[in-house]
Ligand binder design. Structure first.
Ligand SMILES: [Zn+2]
Length: 272
């Protein structure tokens, strides 16, 4: 991932006064220059990190031992391995690293978009939609929401599509709008930013390679959201409040929205 971000930074630092996602804006161009040409309109685009992509608070930690696979009395089944590997593959970014992929530093999601304004260097302001992450603290859903996209290839305003992307947090965008009704307005927007990416393939061959890597000693883990019993209502979906001379009053459990279950972030480490 570091390599990918370095590549982004070098690719994007070519235009003055801009910075890549995840990189703090460098000090601006010399101020004196603007005094010489007073009439010059400032159309520079400045993108800086406003809030890093949040990472989930892991509540459960467990191991998946490959040597116990399909042995009686153990939870390590082929089906479970395939399920965990599918999640693992979706959380890995294919890049130029020696292993061929690295852990995504943000939530990977599908984004539907319509490009609204070209910000240069394959960066766009877009009307976008994406589903909520398993945990809302990571990323809430976007519905016809303005977002900043960094695409792999050039595109043009008006293009629509769907891309696999990694959420890289909220950025602060300073730019001059050229879409109605804000044409010519110099604005600062804070928006979620996404980088187009490719994830690891979920295939039997990739799973085989993964198993070999774990057996060779590579430390790999995956984050999933697992259903756990709600502690407050002990899985009933409600709590009881004693009433004098009457039956207990049932109070709906708000912690689990009456379901009796909670979604808990769980890290599974793979061991030989
Ligand atoms: Zn509950």
């Amino acid at each position: 991932m570091r390599l990918l971000l370095v590549l982004l930074a070098t690719a994007l630092s070519t235009s003055a006064q801009t910075s890549a996602f995840g990189v703090k804006a460098a000090p601006g161009a010399p101020k004196g220059v603007t005094n010489v040409v007073e009439e010059e309109v400032d159309n520079s685009v400045v993108i800086s990190t406003f809030r890093e992509a949040p990472s989930p608070a892991t509540k459960l930690s467990r191991t998946f031992q490959l040597s116990k696979l399909n042995k009686v009395g153990f939870t390590e089944t082929t089906k479970e391995l395939q399920r965990l590997f599918a999640a693992f593959a979706a959380q890995r970014i294919v890049d130029g690293s020696p292993a061929g992929s690295s852990k995504a530093t943000g939530h990977v999601t599908a984004v539907n978009y319509a490009l609204l304004q070209d910000l240069g260097d394959n960066r766009f302001l877009a009307k976008a939609a994406w589903p909520a992450a398993d945990s809302n603290e990571i990323l809430a859903a976007g519905v016809d929401t303005m977002a900043i996209l960094l695409l792999d290839k050039p595109a043009k305003v008006g293009d629509t599509g769907k891309l696999t992307s990694m959420h890289v947090g909220t950025v602060s965008l300073l730019f001059t709008a050229n879409y109605s009704p804000l044409v010519g307005k110099r604005l600062t927007l804070r928006r979620e930013a996404f980088i187009e990416c490719a994830t690891l393939e979920d295939s039997p061959a990739a799973l085989q390679k993964f198993v070999e890597s774990v057996n060779a000693g590579e430390e790999l883990s995956v984050l999933t959201y697992e259903q756990a019993t709600c502690k407050k209502c002990t899985g009933l979906g409600f709590t009881r409040e004693p009433q004098k001379g009457q039956l207990d009053k049932r109070i709906d459990c708000v912690d689990c929205a009456k379901t009796g279950k909670l979604s808990v972030a769980c890290e599974t480490k793979f061991v030989p």
